[in-house]
Design a protein around this ligand. Sequence first.
Ligand code: MG
Length: 383
Amino acid sequence: MSALASYAAQEQHSLGRRHPEEKPTYRSEFQRDRDRIIHSAAFRRLEYKTQVFVNHEGDMFRTRLTHSIEVAQISRSIARILKLNEELVETVALAHDLGHTPFGHAGQDALNACMKDYGGFEHNLQSLRVVDELEERYAEFPGLNLTYESREGILKHCSPMKAKELGDIGQRFIDKQQPGLEAQVVNFADEIAYNNHDVDDGLRAGLISFDQLREVKLFEQQYLQVKQAYPDLAERRMIHEIIRRMINVLVIDLIDQTRERLEAAKPETIHDIRQQPALLAGFSEPMREMSLELKRFLRQNLYRHYRVHRMTSKASRIISALFDAFINDTGLMPHDYQQTAKSYADDLGDSGRARAVADYIAGMTDRFAITEYERVFNPSELT
Ligand code: MG
């Protein structure tokens, strides 16, 4: 790796791990974090979790796993140019969606509603909970015992009330400070990845059309260029050529803007980055507007499409029904979850029991949740 900027995250200045460990022999601390994520059970389950389309709708759509890999790719490209820590951005990108429920945002909203009297449910906090508590892989500590910097990147947002419960990692939300630049970059890379792949998946599913997309400036600009250079290009290649160019202009704009802001702010250390009030990583104003327009388009035409809505409404019913069944009778869950529910309830009462149920449901893949629903509610289904 080429020399890092002085304000990049550097392992020799890391704020460390919650449980102190020997340094790795041949790897950096952030490489070790990344490797722990790749070997985790929650990471493997991302293959069968989705964002917009439910996993069984087709093999061609993005899953949370392929999404996370795309986010890692975009983040690393940006980090390399800005001389940020590539290993750390990769770690944060691969981990950023670990806490997602089955069925994307519909699943999270349903689970949050179920948990409203028990402290709520938020996928971002759950991602941190997965790496801090829920993974069971090491003799010496619960979770994956990641570095502070990786954990800081995973916890993108958090209410001040929750932040108080989280100690050091939550403090910045109380102090209104930024995370390191690596975390900020992944945030934007996430947005670039999903906006663009949702265009691709939405077109493939036939939920949005090419003509509709031409009303979106970011798309139209790239379309005109491709059309001029390749007037006879077949539609599928045309779509991919447009999308790759959209990703490219967004990435280049983000890099150029971030560079300019860095030159103006002149941070010297990651501490300076954390103190800066405004986001250092961000699009230029025209690009921010185009990106917002695309988001609005997707919300209106894809995420609210009746066929997506049918699926998400089924998804929320499945999540709510499972939650109600398990909270009323934890004996319906597998043995180890019953035990966890009991021990959490001994400590925290009803909220503890509810948290154990939420952990069980959040960990499910789309298809596991559907099967579990059948096993719990369908009388003719074997259990
Ligand atoms: Mg994401």
